[in-house]
Design a protein around this ligand. Sequence first.
Ligand SMILES: Cc1cc2nc3c(=O)[nH]c(=O)nc-3n(C[C@H](O)[C@H](O)[C@H](O)COP(=O)(O)OP(=O)(O)OC[C@H]3O[C@@H](n4cnc5c(N)ncnc54)[C@H](O)[C@@H]3O)c2cc1C
Length: 546
Amino acid sequence: MDRSGKTRVLIAGGGVAALEAALALRALAADEVSIELLAPDLQFWYRPLAVAAPFRAGEVRHFGLDGLTRTIGASFTPGALVGVDDWRRIAHTSLNTEIEYDELLIACGAVPTPAIAGGLTFRGPADIEKLERLLAELEHGEARSVAFVIPWGAVWSLPAYELALLTANRLAERGISGVELSLVTPELEPLQLFGPEASRAVLALLDAHGIELRAGMFASEVAEGALRFVPDGRMEADRVVALPRLRGAPIDGIPQTVDGFIPVDAHCRVHGVAHVFAAGDVTSFTVKQGGIATQQADTAAEAIAAEAGAAVTPGRFQPVLRGVLLTGGEPRYLRRELSGAPGQEPLASLDPLWWPPVKIVGRYLAPFLASVAESTTPDELPAAPPGAVPVEIELDADAVRDLPSAGPRLGEVESEEGATVAAIMAPDPVLVEPEDTLGETAEKLLAREATAGVVCEYGNVIGIVTTADLVRASAARTHPSEARARQWMTAEPVTASPRMHVAAAATLMREYGIHHLVVVDGGRPVGVLRFDCAVSSVPIPVGLGF
Ligand SMILES: Cc1cc2nc3c(=O)[nH]c(=O)nc-3n(C[C@H](O)[C@H](O)[C@H](O)COP(=O)(O)OP(=O)(O)OC[C@H]3O[C@@H](n4cnc5c(N)ncnc54)[C@H](O)[C@@H]3O)c2cc1C
């Protein structure tokens, strides 16, 4: 509690989820909480219109976080969260300071990392100029084909469609013909998440703009003037524009997946860590989108407000996916409830299906941004159209947990002949309890001369802890008899079947950048495969998997 007896809520982040959570807490528990935002960037960036900026169809807006937080009634501290001591409720920052908290919300977003080596990665505002140069090359005939690529993994795919459509539109406007545009995606249908009707609408749009669709393709790199695919195949392209793959930055003392994402429960509590919540792109929820980030922020804010004593009944996270597709013509408004509630058919329409029809929908954030931007609605908005429905949509279904993963399904590639994972894995893996201390974990590994242990809860694999994790924890000066396996493990680990082709397993490990693969059969851990064992047992062709 602070001096006035209020619950101290620390929000690590200064983006979409952080601001939405701060606004929600202010609305739900103004008398019960004090709010502090911690973020390394002094600005809040409204990124969606970065896609339109190279085409002079929109402008990226940003706002000073100091002013925004003051308007909300919160305080702002510059710095990044680098570690959490949940036992003492202390957050460690990049500036070597410590901040005490009663409740912590991690809303650090994700780090966009290049996914397609050799291609132009479009991350947002930082890459507008590069895209402008590419457009100039197309206009001057210096490049005749462009592939817009959605990589597999955590990614918000909509901007790739927008970039392709806006490019086609620009070339048509300037009377430039003969440029081949294609869109490459691991999705089986365009914008698959939005459902068949939206897919059909987008397919028709791509068709009308002469953009070739290559669906169900896992692009890996650009080499020798061609885009290569996993497990095999290539296509010619003068230029490749790829979306980044998102990853979470490491935070000591917090369970994270191999990609750095944080697993949370239906109230956005971090699994196994008391008084710590997470929301937005940093969570392991499959869909990375601003609207989803605000919904998670609202969910976490309700749970925190209730813990602080406010009269709030915390709801569960029930995702609704919304989007606005910029086409250069009329925007398409799309909506689909991921929870698959009956009677909630996916919709695609020329009219906005929610209000306000902003690119990032947030119950509190959208009207707040409109007010600080000193307009009734943000710049991009048309007047309220007839038939628009309120942004607050009542959902009645539970959160969706298992959205289709966009990763290459190499885990399902089983071996009919040749080496299988079972033949070379270390069987009977070391089993670690989530509450085992790191000291106990080290003893277990040492006794079996193993480099990794499988963390199981009620028989289910929830993580993997390796000697590298023990070294990392030691470097962070944790005490081996205090720190627990659940805080330092890699959560939701990548798994393989014992019947899998060894070459496929090696490719899987290389694609994910990991050194150990948990081998699971019938839901039970049966072994651990090390990368060095896999590559030494089969020759892996350079560049491609198998
Ligand atoms: C080009 C582009 C177009 C997009 N279009 C749309 C769209 O049309 N609709 C839509 O809904 N979404 C869209 N998105 C996605 C949307 O921007 C993100 O999903 C959303 O911003 C995620 O919110 P967040 O709060 O989790 O992360 P962010 O908004 O990225 O905020 C993260 C914040 O955390 C801070 N931070 C980072 N590390 C730390 C740390 N260690 N400690 C403390 N703070 C930290 C950062 O400085 C930042 O302030 C788009 C994204 C891009 C790049």
